[in-house]
Design a protein around this ligand. Structure first.
Ligand SMILES: C[S@@+](CC[C@H](N)C(=O)[O-])C[C@H]1O[C@@H](n2cnc3c(N)ncnc32)[C@H](O)[C@@H]1O
Length: 287
């Protein structure tokens, strides 16, 4: 095996731009070492000597798509757990869901989208909250849940979780919606049946065609990894996918400030959330 060269600033720039172009994740200059460390194994795997060789492999090899998928597995942060962001979930079950139910009484149909769902805890949390609402018992409800990483989607579909996923869950939900499986816990079928998982890149317009109109989107702790351009593009997609007055729930450290004025910021009792205005252009107060 040949010795591997350190990553040069130019190689970092080329790889960073390529990763960004593919999935919107933007690495700051300070992250050069991180990228070098995470991608080092890929060079060894292909017996390549420099990161420049690896860049050319990623650009021009017939195995390009497969390798880009490998890169995503190494460069994404998939941290997640059940009932993350308590206030927002309270707002969801006590304020947003009842409003959506009132709005849809006639159709008895609701659609949700967990965009950047990682291993599925977010989508299943929403599923549990939906199962808790007796009004929705015989409604047609579906949660689409997507992530760019194939591996996390496989885990999400399996629906079996270890201790770290349960760091804040109430005993009530644990006992009602999970059954022990070895040292882990499996999500119940009544919640699993609400969720459809799929691998999807939020920057891939063709794949996004698969998502129809939805009543609410959760995209929490995903946009933080994107730069402004990629955020703008994804938020535009969300706007187009939401029904009028549909809700957009971001992570607590995320906002649409300097990204979009298309949404209105709604002050609910439990939290502040974004909503697509009934009249386009009415969202100018977004902060
Ligand atoms: C930190 S996790 C957030 C998980 C969950 N939303 C939460 O808040 O607990 C971020 C996820 O975004 C996904 N992601 C990053 N870029 C993406 C893209 N372009 N398209 C779809 N998912 C992406 C990552 O693979 C990762 O699983």
């Amino acid at each position: 095996m040949r010795k591997q060269n350190a990553m040069t600033a130019e190689e970092f720039r080329l790889l960073r731009d390529l990763v960004y172009e593919y999935c919107g994740i933007f690495f700051q200059t300070e992250s050069q070492y991180l990228m070098e460390r995470r991608l080092g194994n890929r060079l060894r795997e292909h017996d390549l000597h420099t990161f420049g060789d690896y860049y050319r492999y990623l650009r021009y090899s017939s195995e390009r798509s497969k390798e880009l998928e490998e890169i995503v597995e190494l460069l994404t942060t998939n941290e997640t757990y059940f009932f993350r962001e308590d206030y927002q979930l309270k707002a969801f079950s006590e304020e947003i869901l009842p409003e959506l139910i009132r709005r849809r009484t006639k159709q008895r149909r609701l659609r949700f989208w967990s965009a950047g769902c990682s291993t599925g805890e977010e989508a299943y949390t929403i599923g549990m909250l939906i199962r808790e609402d007796p009004k929705l018992t015989d409604w047609d409800v579906e949660i689409f849940a997507n992530d760019i990483s194939r591996k996390v989607i496989q885990t999400a579909r399996r629906g079996v979780y270890g201790r770290s996923s349960f760091r804040v869950i109430d005993k009530y939900f644990m006992e009602k919606y999970f059954r022990p499986q070895g040292n882990n816990y499996a999500i119940s079928d009544e919640v699993r049946s609400l969720v459809s998982f799929g691998q999807l890149n939020l920057l891939d317009d063709e794949m996004l065609e698969l998502i129809g109109q939805v009543d609410a989107i959760l995209c929490r702790n995903v946009l933080i990894y994107f730069d402004k351009q990629a955020r703008l593009r994804v938020v535009k997609t969300f706007y187009n996918k939401l029904v009028e007055e549909g809700y957009l729930l971001l992570g607590h450290s995320e906002s649409l400030m300097n990204v979009s004025t298309d949404f209105e910021l709604v002050h609910l009792k439990n939290d502040m959330v974004y909503r697509k205005p009934a009249v386009p252009g009415a969202g100018k107060q977004a902060v």
